[in-house]
Ligand binder design. Structure first.
Ligand code: HEC
Ligand code: HEC
Length: 452
């Protein structure tokens, strides 16, 4: 795979997900294999470090962490990856802004909400024809996979260059600027030491600096304790270490029920392919939900501007595919309860509102959309009319007979209680603290090691 940027070819390191390295795990009697979670493998020109051999994975993770938290790599000198992907917020945004500021003066805004980086560490590569292995009907369910809201990049190391070079984010003008900033970093000497084969200095080799910088980020983004800790109450429940309350159980049922929430269809609550241990609460498939236009985004001041996801304009390869317009990749719902802005344009600001949107979108459109000249609600106002047929109208959008929402207020409350069990950092209640905690820590440790 080759990425051409500013005249530099970055095809020299190839990171390949290793094939299935170990047998599945037994979990509550269910066999759940893991594969994609394996650490990246390094081949290509920049594959040897200080020992004349591949640098140890722990060293790559450690360097990746330093890079991820380094504001010195941005033109403003104020923005690191962690500014938008904050560890205290499940590597999502630390505030309620729809989109995060960036650029050289920290006063530019893009068009998309910063996602949590948890549990999206190992998406399948983008494909137009996804067939879920455990879905026994074997049907082609269309586009799935890739990274970002529109799946336009596969490799994490290629993704990492996007914010570094985005004029509204870390705003480096080219790769030379990125490399120059890294050479001035407090950890530059260590970087040189770790990644220079004997008798050489990697810092003198711009291509080498970029390759190792992005590789280190890729390794860091695979780190289990940071990016897939599986420490939610729901995980504890799956491990038999916690009980869901009656309300959470009701919410879980509604989440899965095809006639009620139907959420699990796109946000699976059990492992659905051979590549995961625990469910990720996304199938990485694409759908058009008719999300309202976010009138506060600067780009949307231009009435003719539309972010159409799969069909562009940020993604370039499918602009002639009208059937894809308006489709975005389903995000994970793990840690969604910790977020303060939702959907690709960050237009909604509470999880309750999101669930209400799902069940009342087509019943009370005036609550969600802007008005046309005649004062009527302009349904699906963030999509040109010709693409509105792409909008999903199945359950839970589809009203019950009598034009009633799929979920009552009580059911919405129950569903929210269940979504709350998907946040990491669950601690067993005090009366069970000592034994439960010990088990949790021990089994987490074993899961972390085996899932790598
Ligand atoms: C100014 C805020 C901002 C900064 C800084 C930033 N990101 Fe992001 N990040 C975003 C947004 C917004 C998206 C979604 C982009 C899209 O859909 O086009 C994103 C998407 C991602 C994704 C894809 C996640 C997924 O769901 O597939 C990864 C991985 C990521 N960022 C890593 C990084 C790394 C590594 C850095 C630092 C080199 C970084 N980000 C810096 C805002 C930011
Ligand atoms: C047809 C597939 C589908 C179904 C069914 C579905 N979702 Fe989604 N969900 C998506 C997609 C796609 C997005 C992103 C849409 C966008 O931003 O344009 C999304 C976004 C979300 C978000 C925003 C998360 C974030 O990080 O911004 C939440 C919360 C959510 N869904 C919860 C639910 C719940 C709860 C249900 C059931 C009531 C549900 N979804 C049913 C596909 C689906």
């Amino acid at each position: 795979m080759t990425l051409r940027l500013a005249g530099l070819t970055l095809g020299l390191i190839t990171l390949l997900a290793t094939p299935l390295t170990h047998a599945g795990h037994m979990l509550d009697g269910q066999l759940l294999a893991c594969g994609n979670d394996a650490p990246p493998v390094i081949t290509g020109r920049y594959n040897k470090g200080a020992n004349g051999d591949t640098p140890p994975a722990e060293k790559l993770v450690e360097m990746g962490r330093k890079i991820f938290f380094d504001p010195g790599l941005s033109a403003s000198g104020q923005q690191s990856c962690a500014s938008c992907h904050n560890p205290a917020h499940a590597y999502g945004p630390p505030n309620a802004l729809s989109v995060q500021p960036g650029g050289p003066g920290m006063d530019e805004f893009g068009v998309r909400a910063a996602p949590s980086l948890r549990y999206v560490h190992a998406p399948q590569n983008f494909t137009e024809h996804y067939v879920d292995l455990m879905d026994n009907n074997g049907q082609d369910s269309g586009p799935a996979g890739g990274r970002t809201w529109d799946g336009r990049v596969n490799a994490a190391r290629e993704q990492a260059l996007m914010p570094l070079l985005d004029a509204k984010e870390m705003a480096n003008r080219n790769l030379s600027e990125v490399a120059a900033r890294l050479r001035k970093a407090p950890y530059a000497a260590e970087f040189d030491q770790v990644f220079s084969p004997p008798g050489t200095h990697i810092l003198d080799d711009e291509e080498g600096v970029i390759s190792w910088l992005t590789t280190a980020i890729e390794f860091f983004e695979q780190s289990p304790e940071d990016f897939h800790p599986f420490t939610s109450k729901y995980d504890a429940y799956m491990r038999g270490q916690a009980q869901l309350t009656k309300q959470e159980q009701r919410g879980f049922k509604l989440f899965n029920d095809k006639n009620k929430g139907n959420c699990a269809t796109c946000h699976p609550s059990v492992a659905t392919s051979s590549t995961v241990i625990y469910p990720r609460f996304t199938d990485f498939e694409f759908a058009s939900l008719g999300v309202p236009r976010n009138r506060h985004l600067p780009a949307n001041q231009d009435a003719s501007y539309f972010d159409l996801g799969l069909c562009g304009p940020m993604r370039h390869d499918m602009q002639d595919r009208p059937e894809y317009c308006g489709k975005f990749r389903a995000p994970t719902l793990r840690n969604a309860a910790l977020r303060h802005s939702f959907f690709h344009n960050g237009v909604l600001h509470s999880l309750k509102e999101v669930v209400e949107f799902y069940v009342t979108r087509d019943i009370t459109p005036q609550r969600w959309y802007g008005k046309d000249a005649q004062g009527h609600a302009q349904r699906y106002d963030d999509l040109p009319a010709r693409y509105q047929g792409n909008v999903n109208t199945d359950v839970p959008f589809k009203p019950l007979p009598g034009n009633k929402p799929r979920l009552t207020q009580q059911e919405i409350t129950d569903l929210l209680a269940f979504l709350g069990t998907l946040s990491d950092g669950y601690e067993a209640p005090a009366n069970h603290a000592t034994p439960a905690k010990r088990t949790t820590t021990a089994s987490l440790a074993s899961h972390s090691t085996s899932s790598r």
